[in-house]
Ligand binder design. Structure first.
Ligand code: PEP
Length: 252
């Protein structure tokens, strides 16, 4: 039985004080006795260290939103896996569509980041998903398959166990237009089948596949009750403690 995982991607929102306020509100609202769902928050880099200090005695876990694959050196503006670990991160979001489209990240770069994260001991939340044009051309399966194969190139049977996949159709991110539970389930099931073919059926069965794209309290329960949807990667709706908490509670 796979456990549900709900992660909040804060994106470029919340300065240090705002982060402290949001985390305090999440801590107040969260049911610490609920062991059926894992909760991850991914604040901006500048709030990570403080966030860790605030959540370290709770069940909430910490993730970052990006990293570079080199360990250190002349890479102005970049952050390494080791640096993220040193401030308490356990997870890192990689391959988010905003990184792909706005910052030009390629599948090859994402693959290097995934391997570097795992080698350092971080667990990647690896995002994949098609654009609206690709879906309308009937290419959704092909795109997801291609991103999976390129992103996971040379990722071993052992290492895939430390990866969460987030299916995030680009047309649903930040648009208010979520995939229907059936549309999402169809792709999640396909991803699981591809992972089974690339690795093995037990690995595929255990893999956590989150859905992301306009998840909100009104649609989260239906989405997460689908058999292959193991939680959510939440953007906009994680910036308010009450909506994030209702999404977490709907995963139970
Ligand atoms: C995201 O950024 O990963 C995301 C899913 O955003 P939103 O929930 O706002 O669509």
């Amino acid at each position: 039985m796979r456990k549900k995982i709900v992660a909040g991607n804060w994106k470029m929102n919340n300065d240090l004080n705002e982060s402290i306020n949001l985390i305090s509100a999440i801590k107040k609202g969260i049911n610490e006795n609920n062991t059926n769902v894992d909760v991850i928050i991914c604040p901006p880099f500048t709030s990570l260290e403080t966030a860790y200090a605030l959540i370290k005695n709770t069940t909430i876990k910490l993730g970052a939103q990006n990293m570079y694959y080199e360990k250190n050196g002349a890479y102005t503006g970049e952050i390494s896996a080791g640096m993220l670990l040193s401030v308490g991160c356990e997870f890192v979001i990689l391959g988010h569509s905003e990184r792909r489209t706005i910052f030009g990240e390629t599948d090859e770069l994402i693959n290097k980041k995934i391997k570097s994260a795992i080698q350092a001991g971080l667990k990647p939340i690896f995002c994949i998903g098609e654009t609206l044009e690709q879906r309308e051309r009937g290419e959704a399966f092909e795109v997801v398959d291609d991103q999976l194969k390129k992103g996971l190139y040379q990722v071993s049977n052992e290492d895939i166990k430390n990866i969460i996949i987030a299916y995030e159709p680009v047309w649903a991110i930040g648009t208010g237009k979520n995939a229907t539970p059936e549309q999402a389930q169809e792709i999640h099931n396909y991803i699981r089948k591809q992972i089974s073919a690339m690795y093995d059926s037990l690995t595929a069965e255990k893999l956590i596949i989150q859905y992301g794209g306009s998840v909100k309290p009104e649609n989260s329960k239906q989405l997460m009750s689908m058999p292959d949807i193991d939680g959510a990667l939440v953007g906009g709706a994680c910036l308010k403690a009450d909506s994030f908490i209702s999404i977490i509670n709907s995963a139970v």
